[in-house]
Design a protein around this ligand. Sequence first.
Ligand SMILES: NC(=O)c1ccc[n+]([C@@H]2O[C@H](COP(=O)([O-])OP(=O)(O)OC[C@H]3O[C@@H](n4cnc5c(N)ncnc54)[C@H](OP(=O)(O)O)[C@@H]3O)[C@@H](O)[C@H]2O)c1
Length: 297
Amino acid sequence: MKAIQFDSYGNPDVLQVTEVDTPRPAAGEIVIDVAAAGVNPIDWKIRRGLMAEQIPLQFPAGLGFDAAGTVTAIGEGVTDLAVGDQVYGTGRSTYAEQAVLSAWAPIPSGISVESAAGWGSAVETAVRILDQLGIGSGQTVLVSGAAGGVGTATVRLAVARGATVIGTAGPANQDYLTDLGAIPVVYGDGLVDRVAAVAPNGVDAALDISGAGVLPELIKLTGDPAKVLSIADFTAPGLGAQVSSSSSDAPAAFAEAARTPDFDIPVDRRYPLAEAAAAQEYSEAGHVRGKIILTVE
Ligand SMILES: NC(=O)c1ccc[n+]([C@@H]2O[C@H](COP(=O)([O-])OP(=O)(O)OC[C@H]3O[C@@H](n4cnc5c(N)ncnc54)[C@H](OP(=O)(O)O)[C@@H]3O)[C@@H](O)[C@H]2O)c1
C-alpha cells in the first residue's frame, strides 16, 4: 500500500509517496482503509524536527494522527465493531491508504467520512482542555485562536455545555465564529479592551489555542493565572498558568461530540494524499479555518 513517508527532517519536499507493508493491529487496535486523513500542525512540526525530543522517530517515518474509513482488521480484545464498519479516530501514520487506529468511534449519521477524518485530535484536545478548566453551564470562556481545528471543536462543545464563548480570530473569520455560536473578537493590539467590552461580567476562564503570545492578556482578563490554559505556549507554567499536552480519554471525547447537536468541523481544504506537502504548507501558514484533510482514492 502507499503511504507518505520521510527519511530526514526538513521542508515539505522531504515527504514522499512510498510503497510500504500493510499495517497490522496490535491488541486493542484496529486497521482501516483510509478514506481521508486529517492534517494537524503537529505533523509539520514533527517533519521539521521540532518535536524530535518529545517524539523520537526512526527513519523512514510516517506521519499523521487522524483518519476515517472502513475497518479491515481488528486486534485482540476489540469487541465493539466489525470489519466493514465506518469509523474515525486517532492512531499513527494515517497519511496512508491503510492505517492503525488506537481510539475510534462510529461516524455520526449526517457526517461525511471526509469531515470525520479531521475530528480525532481536535475533539480529544477540546474535551480534555474544557474538562481541565471545568468549563460548563453559566461560565464565560475566552478561546484565543477559535477558528482553527481545535478552536472550532472547543467553541462548539463549550457552547453545547451551556457556556458563553468569546472567540478570537482575524477579521476574515469573525462571521465564521458567530456561526459557531461564539461572540467574535479580532485578535491583536487592544485585545483586553475588546474582550472586556463584550464581557461586562468578566471572563471565568481562557484557553490559549493558537499560542500567539497572549498569555499576559488572558491572565489579566481572568484575574487568575490558574484560570488560563495553553496547548501551544509552554511558557504558561512560568506565569502560573496551566498547559495540557498529553492525550486523555479519546473515546469519551468522541462520545461527547456524538451527543452534541450539529457538531461538525468544516473542511477548509482537501488535497489528494500525494499532495501532503502542499497540505502541510497551508497548515504551516497558520490560517486554516476548520480542518485540512488528505483524500485517498
Ligand atoms: N498540546 C496539545 O495537546 C495540542 C493538541 C492539538 C493541537 N495543539 C497545538 O495547538 C495549536 C492549534 O492547533 P489547531 O489544530 O487548532 O491549528 P490550526 O487549525 O492550524 O489553527 C489555525 C487557526 O489559528 C488562528 N490564528 C492564527 N494566528 C492567530 C492569532 N494571533 N490569534 C488567534 N488565532 C490565530 C487562525 O485564525 P485566522 O485565520 O483568523 O488568523 C486559524 O483559524 C497548534 O500549535 C497545535 O500544534 C496542541
